[in-house]
Every structure is written in structure tokens, then in C-alpha cells.
Ligand binder design. Structure first.
Ligand SMILES: [Zn+2]
Length: 72
């Protein structure tokens, strides 16, 4: 998935540079890799909106499958 750097940065800022599911942050655990994940890949027209993205850790992204588990 291609993601513009500006959007990725904005999403990371909004999510406080941590996973929105488990809350882990790389600043606390440097083994964590964060991904900016597209919440609704099938939706059209909203892909440039940061509301359509969420920050996920490796672990949570793998476990996500097609279910939206934002924890919010
Ligand atoms: Zn996580």
C-alpha cells in the first residue's frame, strides 16, 4: 500500500505515535514496529483523509484480519 508521507506523519501524530489497539509505543519498546493501516480499504474517495487510517503495531496488524478493532 502506498501512503503519502504527509498522511503517515499526520496519523502517527494523531495516534501519539503508538498502536491504537494495545497502546504500545516505540519510545517505550524499541522492538515495536508501527504501521499506518488503512481502516477501510474498500471505501472510495476517503483515502486521503487521516480518519481513514490508524496506527497499528506489527502484532495487532497481523491479528486484525478484516475486523476493525480500533479499541476506541
Ligand atoms: Zn498493538
Amino acid at each position: 500500500m502506498f501512503l503519502m508521507d504527509g498522511i503517515r506523519w499526520q496519523v502517527l501524530q494523531r495516534d501519539n505515535r503508538g498502536c491504537v489497539v494495545c497502546g504500545i509505543r516505540p519510545v517505550e519498546n524499541d522492538t515495536v514496529v508501527l504501521h499506518v493501516d488503512n481502516i477501510s480499504p474498500g471505501s472510495s474517495g476517503g483515502n486521503d483523509n487521516i480518519d481513514n487510517y490508524q496506527t497499528l503495531s506489527d502484532k495487532c496488524k497481523i491479528g486484525k484480519s478484516n475486523t476493525n478493532k480500533t479499541g476506541l
